[in-house]
Design a protein. Structure first.
Length: 381
């Protein structure tokens, strides 16, 4: 069983880190591209692909199930109440600092904008703050809006950590064969893509999506850990799989939803395909710039909506529609630089220090509990 060992930072599957950057940039393009194409109509041929950038969220959810199952040795190691609490604390250390930091920045922006009479898009009711801070704001029937709207996925992920990961762990303990793992994984994807068309499900959409796609990712990890022929075939044809995905994103009309569902169904094959750095695509996702983008991808994802609000104030696209081409190109480059700069600041100043601090707190508490008290030590002697 070649892939069953618990992963650590030294066991990183580098292309999967790089592919996170790909997913984050897809979502960024989805939100920024309309303004960019208004300034530079020459970008219009790429508008179809950019309009499908929201599928980056689907890739994130599937990838999350796969990677967490890999990192935590799902289905093999013990997962009792102690391990469950430790898992939740480490996941909180991973997602909460960036979430609360971007929320704080947004609150400061709202206060400043209100003071100076600057209009900000969005609705920010104070009644929603408790749900924002508990990361439950995307759960059914929770009032109060989204505030930093990309954070709905973090709320959904938090539900997955609390409720879905233990289920996927148990399913991996069943030691399903490769064929059954893939069948179950695709079964959950099919349930999400084709099974919830009734409007009644709209309130449960975020949790249904993350549940089905997270479990699907875990099941594909179940196939990967056996180093089976299916994984080998995906690794050999990874470049072709990515080419098909990009072609569907670029050329499928907006009203052909079935093509986008096919893209989601191809995502697990792409993940399996880049688990070995043998193809051109997997090596591309392992290059230093792409790896950096993958490592800051969460900060990029969480900060880009706030950055977009700033850009709409200081560099509104409509102001430069008729400007000379050089000026419009400079504005576009400024957008890109600011997006990446804010993400880097959030990553290096908030995410890394806060995550390391919270992990150290957990480890030190565990050490104190494990260390016998002086009285107990004397008794043992």
């Amino acid at each position: 069983m070649p892939h069953a060992n618990k992963a650590s930072d030294s066991h990183e599957i580098r292309p999967l880190t790089g592919i996170r950057g790909f997913a984050a940039m897809a979502v960024v393009l989805f939100h920024f591209f309309p303004a960019w194409v208004s300034m530079l109509p020459g970008l219009r041929p790429a508008a179809t692909a950019a309009s499908h950038g929201g599928l980056g969220v689907d890739l994130f959810f599937i990838l999350s199930g796969f990677i967490l199952s890999y990192v935590y040795n799902a289905g093999e190691a013990r997962f009792g109440s102690v391990q469950y609490r430790r898992f939740l604390w480490f996941r909180l250390a991973r997602v909460f600092p960036n979430h609360v930091a971007t929320l704080a920045v947004l609150m400061a922006m709202i206060a400043v904008a209100t003071h100076f009479g600057i209009a900000l898009t969005g609705d920010y009711p104070l009644s929603g703050l408790p749900f924002q801070l508990t990361m439950t704001h995307a759960w059914p029937y929770i009032p109060g809006g989204m505030w930093n709207y990309p954070s709905w996925t973090i709320s959904a992920e938090w539900f997955a950590y609390l409720c879905v990961f233990p289920v996927s762990w148990y399913m991996l303990r069943r030691r399903l064969s490769t064929a059954w793992s893939i069948a179950v994984g695709y079964g959950f994807l099919a349930i999400w893509l084709f099974g919830f068309s009734d409007p009644w499900f709209i309130n449960y959409q975020a949790l249904l999506q993350v549940s089905c796609e997270f479990i699907a990712g875990s099941m594909f990890f179940g196939a990967f850990r056996w180093a089976d022929p299916v994984t080998g075939a995906c690794q050999r044809y990874a470049s072709l799989i990515l080419a098909v995905i990009l072609a569907l994103l670029a050329f499928a009309p907006d009203d052909i939803s079935i093509a986008m569902k096919v893209v989601v169904l191809l995502f697990p094959m792409l993940l399996l395909g880049v688990t070995a750095e043998t193809s051109m695509v997997s090596r591309m996702f392992s290059t230093a710039p792409v790896l950096w983008l993958g490592r800051v991808s969460y900060a990029l994802y969480m900060s880009h909506a706030v950055t977009l609000k700033v850009i709409k104030i200081i560099l509104p696209a409509e102001r430069y529609v008729n400007a000379p081409l050089v000026i419009r190109l400079m504005v576009l480059c400024s957008n890109l630089v600011l997006i990446l700069f804010v993400a880097a600041v959030l990553y290096y100043i908030v995410e890394i220090p806060a995550r390391n601090f919270m992990r150290k707190v957990s480890i030190s508490r565990s050490d104190r509990k494990a260390r016998p008290t002086p009285g107990t030590a004397r008794a043992n002697k």
